[in-house]
Design a protein around this ligand. Sequence first.
Ligand code: MG
Length: 370
Amino acid sequence: MNRRKFLKTASMAPAAGAVAVAMAAPAPAANPALSTKIVRLNLRHTWTTTMSSSQYRDTLHTTFSRGGIIGHGEGAPIVRYHEDAASAQKAVESVRDLLLTADPMQFAKIMAEIFKRVPGEWAGKAAIDIALMDWVGQKLGIPLYTYFGLDPKDTPLTTFSIGIDTPEITKQKTLEAADYPVLKVKVGLATDEATIEAIRSVTKKPLRVDANEGWKDKEEAVRKINWLEKMGVEFIEQPLPAEMLEETRWVRSRVHIPLIADEACQHAADIPKLKESFDGVNVKLDKSGGMLEAYRMLQIAKALGMKTMLGCMISTSVSVTAAAHLSPLVDFSDLDGNLLISNDPFHGVRVEKGKLILPKGAGLGLSAAK
Ligand code: MG
């Protein structure tokens, strides 16, 4: 089944608790304007990880307008960092005056000030950063990959994620992902072996595995990883809880595939201390607080000789496209959050045979979904 057919089939599936999303574009304002809105995203499949299980996610959407240009932003609040869409919205509203009076071309100065003023609320910060960067790119008339000096042909393949489910549904999800050359699998439960075996019963594709801190001791992690190595797994994300850096270092010396930090790596300042325990880092705009901090993180990780990866939360094409503009910088990408929902209000980055295809328009290059 090709991707279009898959998406068409998927969109015909009943979406439990579906809420229509009306993303009426605000009229472009000559004077500075800011809007914030919580949008409910419906999942194509119930999404289960070691942390939660749900049929929808709420993300915060922002627009920043000035001089007839509208920049779109989005942040997906992460429960693990005690954030929700309402707290993200409150954080953005708390700096409304700053945003409406500052010069948006001084976006780095604005974001530094917001990082100082607002504790936590990284999704809220990402929603501001992305809207500003989209505005700036449009103002300059260039796509954001050009702003960052990157070649859109260098985008990596993205994985397509298979959530934790019964072996039968896992097999079905694997078959639906026929167009994706690399799959990402969530593990970290007692059913790990059954999940991997279900996938291996229908495909030989390379797998990347995310344990989401699900293994609780180092011996279990080594046992599981040694088994996964034999099952064609390329790397493991966050095998142990984030704070277990010593134990992760112990694990790293006993396995043969790279370990990538996700939950242990939120900001640029986290990276140097991860160097001994991990081979690479997974950077996400919703964790870092936007594109500027994500760019710093990727440069620091590269300078330390670590592998780099861009990931995302379940979100629309706004946030995923913003991450994708930085993706020519990374070794691995897992930017499929917009493909897992059935009511994306925008078109932005596309995926062809797994490769990220960046839009050519200025800024993020978004267009409204028909
Ligand atoms: Mg992860």
